[in-house]
Design a protein. Structure first.
Length: 94
């Protein structure tokens, strides 16, 4: 495991979308966060985290091949932790 401190999780997500967002022209990305979590530091494996995000987006795209998908990364604070929800408005996979 190669975890490292990511000092600003929102900035990490923005750089991910800047690098990979155009890969999926049928997806509209959005990041929602409160000011209290925008600069929240997290320990993660950046490569593994990027792969997880990519797999979730690919799954959403494959489940909805002929429509635009709105995909939201929602950051929120839970006591002394941070929560990241990934939400899309596409068809559910069962």
């Amino acid at each position: 495991m190669f975890s490292r401190l990511i000092p600003k999780i929102k900035q990490f997500l923005e750089s991910y979308l800047s690098a990979y967002g155009n890969t999926w022209p049928s997806v509209r990305f959005n990041i929602e966060s409160s000011l209290s979590v925008e600069d929240f530091p997290v320990w993660i494996d950046p490569g593994l985290f990027r792969q997880v995000l990519m797999n979730l987006v690919i799954n959403a795209v494959e489940a909805n091949p002929i429509r635009t998908i709105n995909f939201t990364f929602r950051l929120s604070e839970l006591a002394d932790e941070i929560s990241l929800e990934l939400i899309n408005d596409g068809k559910e996979i069962s």
